[in-house]
Design a protein around this ligand. Sequence first.
Ligand code: SAM
Length: 471
Amino acid sequence: MYNAGSEKAEEFISREEIERTLEYAQRVKDDMSVVDSILEKARETKGLSHREASVLLACNNEDKVHEIFDLAFEIKQQFYGNRIVLFAPLYLSNYCVNGCLYCPYHQGSDIPRKKLSQEEIRAETAALQDMGHKRLAVEAGEDPVNNPIEYILESLDTIYGVKHKNGAIRRVNVNIAATTVENYRKLHDAGIGTYILFQETYDKAGYGRLHPAGPKHNYAYHTEAMDRAMRGDIDDVGLGVLFGLENYACEFAGLLMHAEHLEAVFGVGPHTISVPRVKPAQGVDPASFDGGVSDDLFAKIAACIRIAVPYTGMIISTREGQGVREKLLRLGVSQISGASRTSVGGYVDDEGPEEDTRQFEVSDTRTLDEVIKWLIDLDYVPSFCTACYRAGRTGDRFMELCKSKQILNCCHPNALMTLKEYLMDYAAPETFRAGERLIEKEIGAIPKEKVRDLVRKNLVNIQNGQRDFRL
Ligand code: SAM
């Protein structure tokens, strides 16, 4: 029985409800009066239910698909403006006891195993700071012996403690396996930003097949992880599915049902949704799975997510190449990774372990500076802002900021100030010049004169060597 407010995975992601949703979407997708009424509701920018959004995803009418894309763009502009937040993953350890068929870190794989020492983590963090990164996503396989929670906590402490030249990591998000409320509370107390956990697939039977061994085999424990994270006081959680494994329409409905569940139980939806697609990796051929998603369909999925959950950030990683990333930035993505290494130790030793221990192939191999310059040329404001979480604006307080559309008076200035820091400390000359021009132009977009003046003052302070201003 479907119940968004239930604590049980099988009830808040009910298989029956997913099937009914897909049937309904197929039945009405060509009825333009239904599609139009959903689009009309979407224009109120308060979001859509999983059923309504699934109809839009199923609709193939060319004009309506254009409308969906245009609306996604408008909503993106309205809530997020032209800022794009940057981050990088940091792989701590690829020891893993799970059996995920799509991941070369699975137990029994002959991939070389590596776990970073605290000294190596300091070196990786310094290398990331030297690129200009301020925000990381820590990644690790699940292994209670090699990667216990104490190791993750110690590593977080190490990362936050590295102050290399003008660098600092100001927000560390964590992407580790589902764990207990107690451990989530420890992560919260260690000062993590978002807790990220991909569901991989919301198809319970498929989930069982794809995760034949290890603790991750337990579908309910994995699916209920965000509830435990919330109970452990982490109020920014990041959802995601690994597109390409199972039927995309089922994943899409499940993802939105999960978001509705968090909203129903905790009064706040997911902070972010990630949209990874399965990529080639050692011993992993994406074509061997059932749910391949074309680039066009992928764009439509992103647009429909943007419309369905306007207040939720959307993340795309370097799994995708420049072209796909460019398309999705327009349609709703608000955060991207740059210059990522998916190997353990890959930032310091980008020749050696990268080939051996990497989790999957990245498609976007540009340097961070190339990514920054590309964003500026496209008229986006690259942002290294971490202010909300550091000011305690997490969970519903962040959502309030977003809903009240105060982002232009708050996030936009912060983005400009952190971009200025990047330009002063790390940018190549051409990026510097393009960035300075962009900042000058974008100051005009700040509505409040007082805020504009403050930003101008702080930009001069940054020019003179001071760092870390935020509103
Ligand atoms: N070990 C943690 C867990 O099991 O949830 C999370 C960390 S894992 C390093 C991060 C994510 O990488 C996984 O959740 C999965 O979605 C993704 N991933 C694994 N293999 C992949 C592949 N071949 N292509 C793309 N993404 C992959």
